[in-house]
Design a protein around this ligand. Sequence first.
Ligand code: TRP
Length: 453
Amino acid sequence: MNTRVLTGITTTGTPHLGNYVGAIRPAVAASAQPGVDAFFFLADYHALIKCDDPARIARSRLEIAVTWLAAGLDPEKVTFYRQSDIPEIPELCWLLTCVTGKGLMNRAHAYKASVDQNVAKGEEPDDGVTMGLFSYPVLMAADILMFNAHRVPVGRDQIQHIEMARDIAQRFNHLYGQGQELFVLPEAAIEEDVATLPGLDGRKMSKSYNNTIPLLEGGAKATRAAIMRIVTDSREPGEPKDPGSSHLYTLYKAFAAPEETASFARALEDGLGWGEAKQALFERIERDLAPMRERYEALMARPDQLEEILMAGAERARRIARPRMQALREAVGLRSLVAPRAAAKPAASGKAARQARFVSFRDEDGRFRFRLLAADGVELLCSVAYDDPKSAGAVLKRLQGGEAAQLQAEDGPRFVLRLDEQVVAASPAADDLAARDALLARARQALAALAAG
Ligand code: TRP
């Protein structure tokens, strides 16, 4: 199975050069690696925690989505979606909220920082703290656990949130997993050699310091104008300059190859003037940005296309989220009322309740179906639809009786169950063939166990 890599981008603000070097560029590069299933999403529910200006939220989602696509993110390869297009995420968030200790949230850095500020100002500790801010890490855990992400690339300030997601996942597994891992425990992935980019004044480039260099918004003109405002020392042209203590050099290095960077360092040591150095920096950065600008402008002019890309991404994400949420609802006991009756026998004793089971239900069209669920609630098979409960029940009975039914893999990531050569049930689509085969093996075991019991 591929490694699932997932990360979210909070949609406040406009991406700047620091975001590009620190997050966008490495993430896009990583998403193109073989063996990786990448999930990138716009954390627009998280944005609401920080920002109550609707126009800014809307604008930022647009700019960020277009920037990532312009930077080379391939929506065919990466599952790229808006958090707010996945209703299963807030649904899962609630299940997680119910197992998350308030004490754990009390320890979150972002919340504690707000409290500390309030106390320093002599205000009430929780002044201006919303439940959104307080529960921020739970929503983030839902983002991650929904897709069973293995690796979560984030900045250092987010490590604690990933650890909290692990804690919450562990607690949930313990309470509801019945020995199975309902949630994969995610790991934070910190890119060690991605430098944080200095801003105009040499401090970390950040909107809160007002020292950013624009990336694509405003065009090359805006990027150049900002570069010309980079703070330097007062050394004149001709005077040797120390690259190591110049953040202009650090910026150059973040874009150029090692040989280019070395010759830029030599030029500074040989007395290159700051004005020329800035021009060289601008030209070097622009070499990378120019092709992105074209894609940026094109997509900005076609929001309908962007909307289509994002909705396709949401649908792809929901193909995973829907059945997962269904299994998780089952696990916590939010089950169909019809189901326990059909599965009355196995549910009768405590031990049997932990076995795989058949669950009957009526589908959205009012027709009759049943599912085969593994002991942990994972869906293994879903039957075809029957017009009346008797026909569904008859098939179910034969299966429970251990009648020779055939499980067979299909060409795609599914398998089917045949009885008298007729397909009577099919598995949900697995992520890949390996996952399908694992599920198939579980279905075999489950059917055998049910027939034996
Ligand atoms: N909190 C993250 C940030 O501000 C954004 C985010 C939201 C996220 N949900 C996530 C990151 C899930 C990784 C995984 O940077």
